[in-house]
Write a protein that binds this ligand. Structure first.
Ligand code: ZN
Length: 374
């Protein structure tokens, strides 16, 4: 076993000769590594170090052993990681008794979550996606859940035996159920709010506190739900700033940095900057990700085609109109008609197949190590 390990380590040191700066330890520089497919060998995972070997003055061996511990070397290429594949940002609205384009029944929402879990999707927050912080397990695909409009059926309190509890059939109730059922699903979601904060005015603060304390995110869906394309700079800043200020008063420790465009309406070009950054009543806001309405999966955050100012979403319904419901895309991924993002398991390494190399957005990659394989 030791011989095998040494051969692998030496091979690795040859393959990774340009890799002295891996791991993002050196700011302002990005290491690009060409990784050849290495058959995963369980023997390599826990190398037994011989004490006599440690005293060896032969620096090359020590070096090789070090490089075998390298995060890039540990990436399992047999899982076909593809961190330039697509990521679905699902657009939900209501959860209620009547199924429609804008509403899932509790039963169907549970079915969606079960499908995702059984098919190797793992939830991440929109905020992490926007930062390229993908900590999804190796071989799994990140997926993002969003809910627009702040309906009461997203987060509803009911009384049970004189006690206030979360309605088990509202969105948050079902998400909490799956969080308990599958702890490794990393359940989270973003709720995009305007002036209506899940109905039940008396519990607004309590609900937002619960979301923040339990790892959910709150986004902005504007004050009046008007089309931003019809507004000028001051109006846009009021639409966004007023909602940020309301949320900020209720949960002062939480910064709202994401926006879902009402009706998917983008502002005129000259006002895009007012959407991304502005102020209202002397309080500033800054948006890192802006969401369109649903029609197709989003690009990887590392894809140069991606536009964080107008991110694609997928309508979370089953209707087959134009073949762009969530299950249409799930099956296209299954049938390899589209490529889904498959994580390499290491948030500090971006692993991609060589054929996609030209699409890599190096600015977004930042200090992460790029790992390219054939
Ligand atoms: Zn809306």
């Amino acid at each position: 076993m030791k011989t095998k390990f040494l051969i692998a380590a030496i091979a690795a040191s040859m393959l990774l000769s340009s890799c002295s700066k891996v791991g993002g330890e050196v700011p302002q520089s990005t290491a690009v590594v060409q990784q050849e497919p290495v058959q995963p060998d369980t023997d390599n995972e826990e190398p037994v170090e011989d004490e006599t070997n440690n005293e060896d003055t032969d620096g090359e061996n020590e070096n090789s052993a070090e490089e075998a511990q390298d995060p890039v070397f540990q990436i399992d290429l047999s899982l076909k990681p593809n961190e330039l594949g697509e990521v679905m940002i699902l657009m939900y609205h209501g959860i209620g008794d009547q199924e429609s384009d804008w509403q899932r029944t509790p039963e169907n929402f549970r079915k969606d979550l079960e499908y995702m879990y059984q098919n190797k999707y793992q939830m991440i927050s929109l905020n992490d996606y926007a930062m390229g912080e993908i900590s999804t397990r190796a071989g799994y695909t990140p997926i993002i859940l969003t809910f627009d409009d702040g309906r009461q059926n997203n987060f509803n309190y009911i009384e049970e035996n004189g006690k206030l509890v979360i309605d088990p059939d509202c969105a948050v109730g079902i998400l909490q159920e799956f969080r308990e059922k599958y702890p490794d699903f990393d359940v989270t979601a973003s709720f995009f709010l305007g002036t209506n904060i899940f109905g039940q005015k008396e519990y607004e603060e309590e609900k937002l506190r619960f979301l923040v304390d339990n790892g959910y995110d709150i986004g902005n869906h504007t004050y009046s739900h008007n089309k931003l394309e019809l507004l000028e700079s001051t109006e846009i800043q009021k639409e966004i700033g007023a909602v940020n200020n309301i949320i900020n008063r209720l949960v002062p420790d939480y910064d709202v940095e994401t926006l879902a465009l009402p009706h998917g309406s983008n502002p005129k070009d000259e006002y895009v900057s007012s959407m991304l950054e502005g102020q209202y009543e002397n309080i500033k806001y800054k948006m890192t990700a802006v969401l369109d309405v649903g029609w197709r999966p989003a690009f990887s955050p590392f894809d140069s085609m991606n536009n964080f100012k107008s991110l694609y979403r997928v309508t979370a319904s089953e209707t087959k109109v134009d073949n762009c419901g969530m299950y249409d895309y799930f099956s296209q991924f299954e049938e390899n008609k589209r490529e889904r993002f498959i994580s390499d398991g290491n948030p500090n390494v971006v692993t991609i197949p060589k054929k996609h190399e030209e699409y890599l957005n190096m600015e977004m990659v930042g200090n992460r190590t790029v790992n390219i394989y054939e």
